[in-house]
Structures are given as C-alpha cells and as structure tokens.
Design a binder for this molecule. Structure first.
Ligand code: NAP
Length: 459
C-alpha cells in the first residue's frame, strides 16, 4: 500500500516543536498527501524560541504564533509535549511507529570563548540570561547579580542587542512585555549604569540588523555612545559597505549615534568595535575583563580581526558572552562535532562518512547552524520536506503504523497534548491580563502540569 494515501497515511515524527518543526509540519500538510504528524517536544510548551528566545518586548514578532496555531490545529497534527526524545523515547522506538523522522530540535546551548575566567561567577552565556527572563524552565534556577555599575556583552549579534536592551530599559518600558515577574523584579533593583556592547570586528561587519540597533537609540532613560574613530573604515571595509545594504543601514544608524551628545540619562549603552576578549579577572567572581585591540586584515568580505599590542581593561561585574548558539547531539543520530549540526544533504541526514540514513531528516538550526530569523526556517523546512517527499516511494514503511501504545506508555510520564498546552496558554494570558501584560509565563514544569491537571500530583 502506498504511503501518503488515506488508506495508509505517511506517518512523520517531528523532534522539536519549534518554528522549524512547525514549518515542516505545515509543508507536509500542504503536500496534498495524507500525512499524520506527531510533534514531540521536551517542554510542555510548543514553538521553541518563539517563546524562549524572542525578546519579551518584541511582541509583534510573536504574532507568527497564530500561524503555528493554525498548523497545530490540523486534524492530523498531535503535540507530544514534555517528552524527551533520546531519553523517554529512543529514535529506534520512533522508527517502529513512523515512516520518517524529522529532527528539528534546534541549537540548545551556547558557544564559549575559551578564555581564562570565562566561568567565574558574574560571567554567563547570554543564552542563559535570555532563557531566564523569558521563563524557560531550564534557567529558572539561575541568579544574576545586577548590583554592579558596568555590564559587558561580548558579540554583536541580535541576541547581544536584545540583552543590552533588556538591561537598559526602564521597568516601565518592560512592564507591558511578557518578561517574567521574577526577572522584572530583579531588573527593578539593577544598579547597572553602563552597558558595553562589544564586537571584535568593525561597524561594517556587525551581525546585528538596523531595526535592532536603531531601537537602542530610542530608550527612555538611556544614552547611546559610539566613538567616531571606530567608524573610520579601511579600504576593504569601504568596499564591503558599498556592497551591502544591511551594512549601510547599520552604519547610518551608528554614525547618527556617534554625533549624539550625552544628555545626562542615568544609563548609557556604549557600542564598541575592534575588541577581542582575552581574559576575565576576579578573585571569587568577575571583576574586570581584558580586551585586545584589533585591526582588520584580509580581503573585503572575509576580513579577520587581528590583535595589535594594545590592551584595554574594563571593570565589570556582569559579563555576557553572546557569540552564538551551539547545537548538541541527539542519542542515536549522527552529529558533526566541528560544525555542531546533524550532517545532511538538503535535509537528508547523512552518517559522518556521507551515507544517507534512511527515513531520517533534519531542519532548522540543527540542520544549518544558528542563523536567521524565525521565518528563515520556512524555506529551510520546505527544502527538507521536499527531500523527504521525493523518497516517498522508496521509504521503508514502519512496522507498527500506530502510536496508541507509545501514547499509552508516555501518559505515565505526564505527556502534554495540544489541548493541555492551550490550558497553560489561557492561564498565562489570563494572569497577564491582570497586570497589563500579554501573558504571565509559568516558569516551572510542575506549575504547568498543575494547571493542566489541577487535582493530580504531578512531578
Ligand atoms: P550571530 O548573529 O551569529 O552573532 C554572533 C556574534 O558573536 C557576532 O558579532 C560574532 O562576530 C561574535 N563572535 C563570534 N565568536 C566570537 C568570539 N570568539 N569572540 C568575540 N566575538 C565573537 O548570533 P546571535 O546573536 O546568537 O543570533 C543568532 C541568530 O538569531 C541570528 O541570525 C540573529 O539575527 C537571530 N536573532 C534575531 C533577532 C531579531 O530578529 N530581533 C533576535 C535574536 C536573534 P564575528 O562576526 O566577528 O564572527
């Protein structure tokens, strides 16, 4: 019997119900075939970075959630939340019940700097801070000491800009976001006055985008400082600038910032270029950070930061490294340790020696690395689904095309369905409405489970 027909629907398991997983489900449903999609997520909440990564004060970006809701509302879509693949269920067990598996579990951890003092208290991954203020259950045990005057953010991507902005905004500015109440009350007592957003290369190479950097110049109680000398470009950067609309937009914003005068606002954001972090010093916790001053070398488009003999020391008790997310291996799936992705050809998972792994596909950050915005995953997942569907006639049908047994087994583990998630969603929105926020997030899995099953003792 052919896969993808009403008599024998194609059965696909999606591992990770974040944006790339939801776009993959969407593409499968739009294929015209009969497809059953079961999306597994280790959290009781779907949509990954839409909830745990997108900045709480960027609510407009969250409107894409309505699109994912429509996908999840498809009659052949099921959500299996609070289930960790590789722990609660192995890939081999999934293979028993699904004809194809799409890995879309993202890049869960952070890249490190590899410098002395990096792990001193006071020096953290930006991803931890983002997870913490966004209510991600993994990070709710973290504490961040905001009693210092200076904070340093290393890296100049949009995550670094998000962290900078959250540290710089007033409580009033944040109060209508969906930042957790816990984070808001910590930020309320913040003593941070100077926030340094530091890049190793120049203004033309900065990874942030115009809207994000521009926003830093529009905050209530914060000045923004750019040294005009940092905007002097070498020949290769001039060429890069002339060839990149993105860089031109960023540069125009930075130039305008560099012409501003301090207005006496209580906080300042310093956007600093040409600095490589070399070591973090502190007896028991971070006290200062040493930077090497760089110049750029190389051809336009591939200039590298090269250290000069000059060094800069900044006193700072709070340091965030924001130099990119990093993907992790999943038990039973191939993994490229260097690129930190699942090796693949257009979404077809390959072993490390390049052999296709039958029935196993990959999409999103764990396919291509941690780049792009939520919508970038749409095309990426469409490519993966096209690769999968091109093999529909040769896929090996799974031996047990039914998930009743699996579901039964998982029910003992407090599996969360999409209707259960809606209860969490409604509860959070209702709690948020009491304080003028879009939602007040539940920060702990056990609280989420209590909302779903109020009369049951869940762990
Ligand atoms: P990213 O955009 O890749 O930026 C990483 C930054 O870290 C770059 O400035 C990079 O500089 C720097 N870096 C890397 N290694 C370094 C090292 N060893 N020392 C010093 N600096 C180092 O990563 P991201 O900010 O984590 O963002 C990930 C993706 O999510 C991006 O595509 C981003 O646009 C997206 N995102 C979007 C939004 C939004 O749309 N508002 C918000 C958050 C995230 P080099 O260029 O010199 O390597």
């Amino acid at each position: 019997m052919s896969l993808g027909t009403p008599e024998r629907p194609l059965r696909v398991a999606i591992v990770g119900a974040g944006p790339s997983g939801m776009y993959a489900a969407d593409a499968l449903f739009k294929s015209g075939l009969t497809v059953i999609v079961d999306a597994f997520d280790r959290l009781p909440t779907p949509y990954g970075l839409l909830r745990g990564g997108v900045a709480p004060d960027h609510q407009r970006m969250k409107s894409v959630g309505a699109y994912y809701d429509r996908v999840a509302g498809h009659e052949k879509f099921s959500f299996f939340g609070n289930v960790t693949i590789g722990q609660d269920v192995s890939l081999d067990e999934l293979r028993q019940h699904y004809d194809a598996i799409i890995l879309s579990y993202g890049a869960e951890t952070d890249r490190s700097l590899g410098i002395e003092g990096e792990y001193l208290p006071g020096s953290y991954a930006a991803t931890e801070f983002v997870g913490w203020y966004n209510g991600h259950p993994d990070y709710q045990g973290r504490t961040f000491d905001l009693s210092h005057k200076a904070a340093v953010i290393i890296g100049q991507g949009n995550v670094a800009v998000d962290v900078t902005r959250i540290l710089a905004k007033t409580i009033h500015e944040l109060s209508t976001s969906d930042i957790t109440e816990n984070a808001l009350s910590t930020l309320e007592h913040s003593k941070i006055e100077d926030i340094y957003l530091i890049g190793r290369r120049g203004p033309v190479q900065a990874a942030f985008t115009q809207l994000e950097i521009e926003e830093l110049g529009k905050l209530d109680d914060c000045d923004v400082v750019v040294n005009p000398d940092d905007l002097i470009l070498n020949e290769a950067s001039e060429l890069e600038l002339s060839q990149s609309a993105k860089a031109q937009k960023n540069y125009a914003v930075l130039k305008e910032f560099s012409e501003r005068k301090l207005t006496g606002n209580p906080k300042r954001i310093h956007v600093v270029f040409f600095r490589t972090p070399m070591s973090i010093y502190g007896k028991d916790k971070a006290e200062s950070i040493t930077f090497g001053v760089n110049r750029l070398e190389g051809d336009a488009g591939s200039q590298k930061a090269v250290l000069t003999d000059e060094r800069d020391v900044l006193s700072a008790g709070l340091i965030f490294r924001s130099v990119g997310y990093r993907g992790c291996p999943l038990p039973g799936a191939p993994f490229d340790d260097k690129k930190c992705i699942v090796p693949n050809d257009k979404g077809q998972v390959l072993t490390t020696d390049g052999t296709p792994v039958s029935g196993l596909f990959v999409t999103g950050w764990i396919k291509r690395g941690p780049s792009g915005v939520l919508g970038t995953n749409k095309g990426d997942s469409a490519e993966t689904v096209a690769t999968l569907l091109a093999q529909i006639l040769t896929l090996t049908p799974c031996p047990t095309p039914d998930s009743t047994m699996l579901r039964k087994r998982l029910e003992k583990l407090s599996i969360v369905s999409f209707d259960d998630w809606k209860k969490i969603d409604d509860h959070e929105k209702q709690q948020g409405s009491l304080v003028g926020k879009p939602r007040e997030k539940l920060r702990f899995v056990h609280d989420m489970l209590s909302v779903i099953r109020p009369n049951q003792e869940d762990t």
